[in-house]
Design a protein around this ligand. Structure first.
Ligand SMILES: [Zn+2]
Length: 114
């Protein structure tokens, strides 16, 4: 029996520069955070799927999507973090790496045992 499915890892929160909360209007208290889904086989991450990124106000704890921002500065900052700071963690490819290593090992096995 092969156990597989999806799981998620959290994206480390980062503080956004400038802007104010769309709800409580507190300035400079917006954080970007989110999670990334990955496909796993026997709980070993194989490859990344999609990610969900959103913003949280540290004052009122409100959660907001990018579309809810009124400030251009906040949108710019959010997009910058979304595109440049949020990388796929290497361990999401563990399953593929193990598979490649295994295939390589198997294909070299006849040479090694000669
Ligand atoms: Zn707020």
């Amino acid at each position: 029996m092969i156990i597989f499915g999806t799981n998620s890892s959290t994206i480390h929160p980062e503080k956004l520069d400038g802007g104010s909360c769309p709800f409580c209007k507190t300035k400079n208290q917006m954080w970007i955070q989110g999670y990334r889904k990955y496909f796993h086989v026997f709980w070993i991450p194989c490859f990344p799927l999609w990610r969900k990124v959103y913003s949280v106000c540290s004052h009122c704890k409100g959660v907001f999507e990018k579309q809810e921002f009124q400030s251009k500065e906040l949108i710019t900052s959010f997009e910058y973090f979304e595109n440049n700071k949020i990388k796929i963690p290497w361990y999401h490819f563990t399953g593929i790496i193990l598979f490649v290593v295994l295939i390589t090992f198997i294909s070299f096995l006849p040479i090694l045992t000669k």
